[in-house]
Design a protein around this ligand. Structure first.
Ligand SMILES: NC(=O)c1ccc[n+]([C@@H]2O[C@H](COP(=O)([O-])OP(=O)(O)OC[C@H]3O[C@@H](n4cnc5c(N)ncnc54)[C@H](O)[C@@H]3O)[C@@H](O)[C@H]2O)c1
Length: 348
């Protein structure tokens, strides 16, 4: 693993990682996190730094995305502020033991408004990034984040990895292409890559001030401001929501060498209706705004996938990972976090 002089993770260490997603197994490892200033990336960076890993972040702070230096304030990490497709990334990739490739654009609506930009950020940049990595450090362990959006409208009650991939928006197409590029580099070039298809994630350090990066940050923002949460449709649509620490555990667990080349679903063990999720958030905040049902805006409805429940059996069987944080507990922790840091509600 890694370039000459790089350090291979001991297999005993790796198997501890496998069952628990224990960041401690990466103590002393040289890690690169792309998208490390964003929501999930910065939570991963905190876990890696706490564990004693040395961390370099590559992030372009793309406008309207969730990236902010505030997310890693006070941490001793190197930040390369650039596009992941830029040749300068070779400088940080060369001696990395583990590369966590999380950079991506997450807004489904924005992907329909500006499809070329989404394809650039989620596909073309990743093609260039993989070429840079292959040139300077083809032996690095890589974990990449994909999305359950690649499936489109689910045909089964619970969606496992065998489900057909038929995205309903440009974001799903671009993320699927980016994921498949990673699979090609794993198979054809023998690179040690694993991709994770994440469900809806929530928790600390998520950008709350955009209306276009999913329903959860909007629900939290409205409730924390005492405003009414508006649910499109009748509120019966169901989703499995995953607390960000569970995602970080899954990402770290996926560094296990036994799962090189695999693509896994990563979702919560329980799904809930949007109406119940909104009510839990209102209860946790004590928001006087309550919840209201409103008609679907056309722009959103045409790319909606309806109810979705992730089947994460394969990653559980392979690595022992499964979600641990109950929704009510995750919501309470999220509310506490934002109440303790006013920046997230005041930033634009
Ligand atoms: N948040 C979710 O619910 C969710 C669900 C499924 C999948 N994912 C995936 O997880 C990853 C992280 O998502 P997030 O919620 O933390 O998003 P985020 O917007 O908070 O963070 C993404 C970060 O990546 C950076 N970035 C984007 N494209 C880049 C590029 N080409 N070069 C350099 N930097 C770039 C942005 O500046 C931002 O800081 C993404 O790949 C996303 O597709 C997220």
């Amino acid at each position: 693993m890694g370039a000459p002089g790089g350090r291979r993770l001991a297999s005993s260490t790796v198997s501890q990682t496998a069952s628990s997603g224990d960041p401690g197994s990466l103590a002393g490892a040289r890690c690169v996190v792309t998208g490390g200033l964003g929501f999930i990336g910065s939570n991963l960076v905190h876990a890696l730094v706490d564990a004693g890993a040395s961390v370099a972040v590559v992030d372009a702070l793309v406008p309207e995305h969730g990236g902010a230096l505030h997310n890693i304030a006070g941490l001793d990490v190197d930040v390369l502020r650039t596009e992941i497709g830029d040749p300068s990334v070779r400088d940080v990739l060369g001696d990395a033991d583990v590369v966590f490739n999380l950079a991506g654009q997450v807004s489904h609506i924005e992907s329909m408004r500006d499809p070329m930009r989404d394809l650039q950020l989620n596909t073309m940049s990743h093609a260039a990034f993989l070429e840079h990595l292959r040139a300077v450090n083809p032996g690095a362990r890589v974990v990449h984040t994909s999305t359950r959006q690649v499936y489109g409208i689910p045909g089964d009650a619970a969606v496992d990895e065998r489900h057909v991939t038929r995205p309903v928006d440009v974001n799903g197409v671009a993320k699927l292409a980016g994921e498949q590029l990673h699979s090609v580099y794993a198979k054809a070039h023998g690179m040690a890559i694993t991709s994770l298809r994440l469900t809806n994630v929530y928790g600390p350090r998520q950008r709350l001030t955009s209306d276009h990066v999913g329903f959860l940050p909007v629900f939290f923002r409205k409730a924390l401001r005492g405003q009414r949460i508006e649910i499109y449709g009748d509120g019966t649509q169901r989703r499995d929501c995953l607390f960000v620490s569970d995602v970080v555990d899954a990402i770290i667990a996926a560094t296990d060498e036994r799962v090189v080349g695999e693509v896994f679903n990563v979702g919560s063990r329980r799904d809930e209706s949007l109406g119940s999720i909104a009510k839990l958030i209102v209860d946790a905040t004590g928001s006087p705004g309550g919840v209201a049902l409103v008609p679907w805006p056309k722009e959103e409805q045409r790319i909606d996938i309806g109810s979705f429940r992730t089947d994460s059996t394969r990653i559980h069987e392979a690595l022992g990972w499964r979600s641990r944080v109950e929704l009510a507990d995750g919501i309470a922790a999220t509310v506490d976090f934002y109440r303790g840091d006013a920046w997230y509600l005041s930033s634009t």
